[in-house]
Design a protein around this ligand. Structure first.
Ligand SMILES: [Zn+2]
Length: 268
């Protein structure tokens, strides 16, 4: 059996981006370790959600992460303790304690220590744009890639979104809506140029449909951030399967095209 370390920026990213592969790995008997850089203190509370008395958003989100981790079968959760850097361009970017301002080499040494202790075979990080340009997500890429180099981790997967498939899905949805005479506010054919990566750059696609109920439950555990009315929870089953039933990754040296459908392929 192997060990997977999944590196994330904020609480809830693990469930949204990799909830399926975490649960799958755990069910298949692998050790699963979740490392989260920040406790997401700049997250926006779901409307109507109130923190308990004396509870900070950070405390709340750490607790939610532990709940989600349990649902996903994660064996160990580690928080690196950096401050959430907020969206790109926000003043929080300049906080010296923010993850965005962290020294990449220093942070990588810390993560490499975990990879070495755990004898990690597989590491997941994010693509070089952090999926959508959030500074903490970009930093997960930089720190994660360097940590794998230091620790000599064999397989590194950069989680991403399949931009082209998303675009096709929106087009099909728009066509169906038009047929039904429904006007979609803002237009359904908005460009997803800044999201994820073109399909041609993606090298691994993991079918996580058998684990979707866990993935959705894990999202629900992040109740301060993901409301029942959110696209994640309110979306009909069919849409959820389309949007979240496959998890996409890029691994250097693979491709062109999808050459892997499991993160543990080739490991003893
Ligand atoms: Zn995030």
């Amino acid at each position: 059996m192997a060990t997977l370390v999944s590196f994330h920026a904020h609480p809830d990213d693990e469930s949204i981006g990799t909830g399926g592969v975490l649960r799958k790995a755990s069910e298949e008997g692998h050790r699963v370790v979740l490392v989260v850089a920040t406790s997401g203190e700049h997250g926006e509370l779901v409307e109507g959600f109130t923190l308990a008395e004396g509870e900070s958003l950070s405390t709340r989100r750490v607790r939610e992460t532990h709940e989600a981790a349990e649902i996903l079968g994660v064996h160990r959760v580690v928080f690196l303790g950096y401050r959430d850097s907020g969206m790109m361009g926000s003043p929080a970017n300049d906080n010296p304690a923010s993850f965005w301002r962290a020294d990449v080499e220093e942070a990588a040494v810390v993560l490499a220590g975990i990879l070495t202790d755990e004898r990690a075979d597989v590491l997941t990080v994010y693509d070089d744009n952090g999926g959508y340009g959030h500074p903490d997500h970009i930093q997960v890429h930089r720190v994660g890639m360097r940590a794998a180099e230091i620790a000599g981790t064999k397989k590194v997967y950069q989680q991403t979104m399949n931009r082209d498939r998303m675009r096709r899905g929106r087009k099909a949805f728009a066509a169906r809506a038009r047929e039904a005479g429904i006007e979609i506010p803002g237009g359904a054919e908005n460009d997803h140029g800044a999201f994820g990566k073109p399909e041609a750059e993606i090298t691994a696609a993991v079918d996580v449909r058998p684990y979707l109920a866990y993935k959705r439950r894990a999202m629900r555990a992040h109740a301060s951030q993901i409301g029942e009315g959110s696209v994640f929870l309110a979306m009909p089953e069919e849409g959820f399967r389309f949007g979240f039933g496959t998890e996409w990754f890029i691994r250097e040296g693979q491709g062109p095209g999808i050459t892997e459908t499991d993160l543990f392929e080739g490991l003893g």
